[in-house]
Write a protein that binds this ligand. Structure first.
Ligand SMILES: *Cc1c(COP(=O)(O)O)cnc(C)c1O
Length: 426
């Protein structure tokens, strides 16, 4: 029986047998014991299933990854220590020195930096395209050495909704997979695999945790991309791995398991960005209420966005749930039940007015964070983008008056009352 998403949030990933703990056990152990060296050898050769060292894999992590995998409708998944690690691994698992990736330009700043600076130093070249480009413009960005396409369902902080189907179509026409960072939408509001995405990543630090407790990430593979059709392009998946006694991942683990097994066996082994089992346990507690929390975050954000749009001290509002928003139509298609709890807006009076407004907020705290149960806000021009002048800010798509407000789970009227009194102070 396939279960509905709410039931998977609560019970997915872990089914105790007779007499076993009801709650997911935290396997707080770096290592695992075996009777013979031969038993251990089989694990090292990937010939048997099992755990031997928590830098590569841990049962608590795997249970939580299995739950997220089921929520996204994937074939295999793994947790990572952060969203940054998840995005790095998802790309580096199939693109290395000399390769090229097409990415939407409207992505999280940390991902943009990872791709355009750090991965560039590793020899992976990125072409950034506007998320609103035409199909022709998108197709023109591909090169013979392109290995993947990357985008975000709802971009942080631009709140651009991606046309996932169009990006998937272009990726597949060029024989490469589409990787979607689904952090802001969560599988509650959008399941990118259903729209053609091949690999889904998360910063679980945001809504999946949802309580500001743990930094973490996740990679989910759909199992649908046929690497063997493009074996020349993906030798790492389709030819023997000398560092694993000649295992060919697609042969041994099939299309459903090849990507994640390679990512664990090579990248996690060598880079070690594993999530601690304790953090995976906290993450699982967040997942148990994800379906309830996300709905409430969206309701609060919708109410706040409508209030802001009608207020004459507000210059503009970005929220795809507003009928006048540039991404309203796309959101109706991809996010019919709601988008996310983050709203961005401009305060009339520019940088100075935005600073005054935020200083007077009593419920929403000033933080470099989003997607927490507690409302929080950020003025990028005086925080994350502080070093830029107004012209540079505009070029980066961040206007000097932009305030990013992440609506928490408080009472919506209290949030509005707080915003109203802070606006009075300007
Ligand atoms: C926060 C974030 C990341 C980075 O995740 P960390 O857990 O902070 O490493 C990646 N993508 C998106 C969309 C994010 O919001």
């Amino acid at each position: 029986m396939s279960k509905r998403i709410e039931t998977v949030c609560v019970q997915g990933g872990y089914t105790p047998k007779n007499g076993e703990p009801r709650q997911l056990p935290i396997i707080q152990s770096t290592t695992f014991k075996y009777d013979t060296s031969e038993d251990m050898g089989k694990l090292f050769d990937l010939e048997a299933d099992g755990y031997f060292y928590t830098r590569l894999a841990n049962p608590t992590n795997d249970a939580v990854a299995a739950k997220i995998c089921e929520l996204e409708g994937g074939s295999a998944a793994m947790l990572t220590s952060s969203g940054q690690a998840a995005n790095f691994y998802s790309v580096f698992n199939i693109a290395s020195c000399g390769d090229h990736v097409v990415a939407s330009s409207a992505i999280y700043g940390g991902s943009y930096n990872l791709f355009s600076v750090t991965m560039k130093k590793m020899g992976v070249d990125f072409t950034f395209v506007s998320p609103d480009c035409t199909e022709e413009e998108l197709n023109a960005a591909f090169r013979p050495n392109t290995k993947a396409v990357f985008g975000e369902t709802i971009a942080n902080p631009a709140l651009v909704v991606l046309d996932i189907e169009m990006f998937a179509k272009a990726a597949h026409a060029h024989g490469v997979p589409l990787i979607i960072d689904n952090t802001f939408a969560t599988p509650i509001n959008c399941r990118p695999i259903e729209w053609g995405a091949d690999i889904v990543t998360h910063s679980t630090t945001k809504y999946i945790d949802g309580h500001g407790v743990t930094v973490g990430g996740c990679i989910v593979d759909s199992g649908k991309f046929d690497w063997t059709k493009y074996a020349d392009k993906y030798p790492g998946l389709c030819t023997p791995d000398d560092s694993y006694h000649g295992v060919t991942y697609t042969e041994r683990f099939g299309l459903g398991g090849a990507f994640i097994t390679k990512c664990t066996a090579q990248l996690m082994r060598d880079f070690g960005s594993i999530q601690s089992p304790q953090n995976a346990f906290y993450l699982n507690m967040g997942l148990e209420s994800l379906h309830i929390r996300v709905k409430r975050h969206c309701e609060n954000a919708q109410t706040v966005a409508e209030f802001l749009a009608a207020n004459d001290k507000i210059a503009w509002v970005n929220y795809c749930g507003l009928p006048g928003d540039k991404y309203y139509a796309r959101a109706q298609k991809y996010l019919p039940n709601g988008s996310c709890g983050v709203v961005s807006f401009g305060v009339k009076g520019g940088r100075k007015a935005a600073e005054t407004f935020m200083k007077h907020l009593k419920i929403a705290a000033i933080e470099t964070h989003v997607a927490d149960a507690r409302s929080c806000c950020l003025h990028p021009a005086s925080a994350t983008h502080r070093q830029m002048n107004d012209d540079e800010l505009r070029a980066a798509g961040v206007s000097p008056d932009l305030v990013r407000l992440s609506c928490g789970l408080e009472n919506a009227q209290d949030l509005i009352d707080d915003i109203a009194q802070a606006l009075e102070s300007i």
